[in-house]
Design a protein around this ligand. Structure first.
Ligand code: SF4
Ligand code: FES
Length: 290
């Protein structure tokens, strides 16, 4: 296994691991934005730059997608690496100067603001990391959103900036967005969720007991297609939300216990609490005799 020496800490890693994985193993923090374990790293944000020592020369590389194939020495805290990451953060802040998550990460990196003219507001705080499009395309197989426009007008959008009709309403894009740009809103009256800012809506499946909405109908239909189960059978199984299912299971158990007690298979409920002295196990009694 190759050894990665990061800021003088040596760790052994599997071949083809990334520098980021090695750093995490060594307990060394490298800031990231576009890295998510659910999708292959695309190194779009450039925030995880580190300095790789190549013997006679040094090179800045992105830690999230640089594969370790032999023993290497890396610096996270060298002046060049720190300055490069701060420079990238200043550019990202120019895209989303008011974004709370981005500002918090910038502060942690010692960056307080940006010298660059800010470009966003209309771009809804998006730093174009590409995680949402990757998860929609590569994990969910939908490609309901993509990158549209050029230069300053580049933005993540549904085709023709209209609600996408192939969106499942799974919310994976919102879950992976590192700066909270994509939000899920619930429209209670219509029983629909909306993926904002794409204005895409999806009908939700209701719990028969409490009416809570747990998952979109399109997601369940997709799961059914893959699982080859029919809708009626599936609906019978998932007609309750997890909370109501737990309550129902607890109630069922209590009634089974009460019935068993009535039939003499179990002590009456509460009998154990009334017993003053604890019951000794057989093995404890025989140990005492010996
Ligand atoms: S919306 Fe979020 S996840 Fe998508 S590109 Fe923008 S910042 Fe990244
Ligand atoms: S986290 Fe490595 S380039 Fe974005």
């Amino acid at each position: 296994m190759p050894t990665v020496t990061i800021d003088n800490v040596a760790v052994e890693v599997e071949k083809e691991s990334t520098i980021l994985q090695a750093a995490r193993q060594a307990g060394i923090w490298i800031p990231t934005l576009c890295y998510h374990p659910a999708v292959p790293p695309a190194a779009n944000c450039r925030l995880c730059l580190v300095e790789l020592d190549r013997g006679n020369w040094k090179q800045l590389v992105t830690a999230c997608n640089y594969p370790v194939r032999r023993d290497i020495t890396v610096s996270v805290s060298s002046e060049a690496a720190v300055n490069a990451r701060r420079g990238v953060m200043e550019l990202l802040l120019a895209r989303a100067p008011e974004n709370a998550q981005l500002k918090a990460l910038a502060r942690r990196m010692g960056v307080e603001g940006t010298p660059w003219p800010t470009v966003t507001k209309t771009q809804r705080d998006c730093i174009l990391c590409g995680l949402c499009t990757a998860v929609c395309d590569e994990v969910m197989g939908r490609a309901a959103i993509g990158i549209a426009g050029r230069g300053q007008n580049r933005a993540i959008s549904a085709p023709f900036r209209q609600p996408a009709d192939n969106c499942l309403g799974c919310g994976a894009c919102a879950a992976v967005c590192p700066v909270g740009t994509i939000q899920i809103r619930m429209h209670e009256k219509e029983g629909e969720i909306e993926i904002s800012p794409f204005k895409t809506r999806a009908k939700m499946l209701e719990c028969e007991q409490c009416g809570a909405r747990v998952v979109s109908v399109a997601v369940t239909e997709e799961a059914l297609k893959k699982g080859k189960m029919d809708w009626e059978k599936f609906r019978r199984l998932v007609r309750l939300c997890p909370k109501c299912r737990q309550k129902r299971a607890a109630a069922d158990l209590t009634s089974v216990a009460a019935m068993a007690a009535q039939m003499g298979y179990l002590a009456q409920p509460g009998a154990a609490a009334k017993r003053k002295t604890p019951r000794r196990s057989k093995s404890a009694t025989s140990r005492k005799k010996m």
